[in-house]
Design a binder for this molecule. Sequence first.
Ligand code: S3P
Length: 440
Amino acid sequence: MKKIIYINKKIGHFNYRKINVPGDKSISIRWVLFASLANGVSKAENLLISEDVMAAINAVRKFGVKVVIKGRFCRIYGGGFDGFKFKNNLILNAENSGTFGRLILGLLVNTPKPIKLIGDKSLSKRDFKRISDPLSKFGAIFKLKNKKNLPLTIYGSKNLKPIKYFENKGSAQCKSAIIFAGLRTKGTTKIKAKKSRNHTELMCKYLGLPITVKNKKNYDEIKVSKVDKIKSFNYKIPSDISSSAFFIVLTILSKNSKLLIKKVNINPSRIGIILILKKMGANIIFKNQKIYKGEKIADIEVKGGKVLNSINCPSKLNSGAIDEFLVIFLVAAKAKGISYFRDLAELNQKESPRLQWGSKILDMMGVKNVVTDSSIKIYGNPQLEIKKDILIKNYLKDHRVFMTSIIAALTFGGNWKIHDKDSIKTSFPNFLKIINELKR
Ligand code: S3P
C-alpha cells in the first residue's frame, strides 16, 4: 500500500456538501469498556472501527469477553463487573492508544494476577506515572520502565482503599482511570478535577452508577463509590468532533465552500475548536441539536472563505480543543494579525510533541512563529500562498500530524510529500476517502 501522499494542487471549492465522519473515539473506547463489564449483550451502532478502538476490543477479548463486529455494528457479550478472566502472564497491547492504555489500568487495580501493558513507539514515550501515582494510592503496585513509561506491570490489591485526589493536569484519561478504580473500591473516592472531557461521568450517570459531580468554575468535584452490577446497554455513537475538525478547517480555508457535518458530538467539554474559531470570526452554526444519553449532538454547518481575525486564546478554552490545536494553528497562519496560544504544555504530551510539530509545520510553510515549551505566537498572513516543496516525515506516525499536513497542502498550495499515510488507521481510517469525495 502507498504510504506517501503527494499534493501539488489546492482543493477546488465545494458547495453545500454533506459528510459523515466516523464515531467518536473517546465514547467508543468507553462503551467497549463499560459494555464488557455489563451483564448481558450490549450493542453499538457507528462504533469507530480504528486501531485505537481495536486495541480496546482485543484487550477485552483477552479477558474472555466475546465481541462481534459487523460493519458499523458491534455486540459485546459482557460477563458482569467481576467477569474478566485472568490468565497467567497476560500481556495487553494498547498500541497507540493513550486513552485505552490509561483507562484500563483503573479497571485493573484489583487484578488477581499481574498484567503487563505494552504499546507502540509513540505510546512508549508517553507519561504513565500520571496514572500509576493515583492508582498506587488505592493500593495497586506498578513497575514501570524508567519509573514512568511502558512497558509497565500492574499488581492489583485485594484491599483497595478509596482516595482523595486532585487531578490538576486537566487530563480526562487520568480522571477516568481514577473513576474506574473508584467503582471497584469500597467507600467513597473523591476527585477534584481540572475541567476536561466528561464522557466517563455521563456514561456512569446514564448507567445509574454511584457517581455525583458538582461543577465548580475551574474544576469539578466528583464522588464515586463501589458498584457490583452494570446493566447491558445499547449506544448509537455520535460522530467525532476531533475528526470533524479537519473538515471544519478545510472549509474555513477554502473560498466559496460550505459543508454540513452530520450528527456530531458537541459535548460542551469538546467544542473548544468551535469557540476559538468563532472568536476569530468563523461562520459555524449548530443545527438539529439534541441530547442523547446525556451527550449533546448536532449537525455542524460551516461556511468558508472569510478572512479571520487573530486570537489571544484564553487558556480556559484549551482542554476543550486539546486534540485540535494543530489545525487551529493553520487558521491562525491565515488570520489577520498575531495569534497567541498559551498554557499548552500538555500538547507536548500527546502522540507526538504536538506544540513542537505545529511550530515545525508553520516554519516549513514559511509562517513566522515563536514557540516555547508551553506557548506559541503565530504571525498570520491572509495572503499566505506556499510555492515551495514541503516534506513531512512524521517519525512517531502521529495521525493528527498527517491529517493536518493534508489540510495545509490542500488549502495553502506548494508541493507536499507527506509520509505515514497509515497513521490515519488510529482514529480516522476513511479520512482520505472523504477528502477525495469533496474533490469531485
Ligand atoms: C482523551 C483525553 C485527552 C485527549 C485524548 C482522548 C479521552 O487526553 O487528548 O485524545 O478520551 O479521555 P488527556 O486526558 O491526556 O488530556
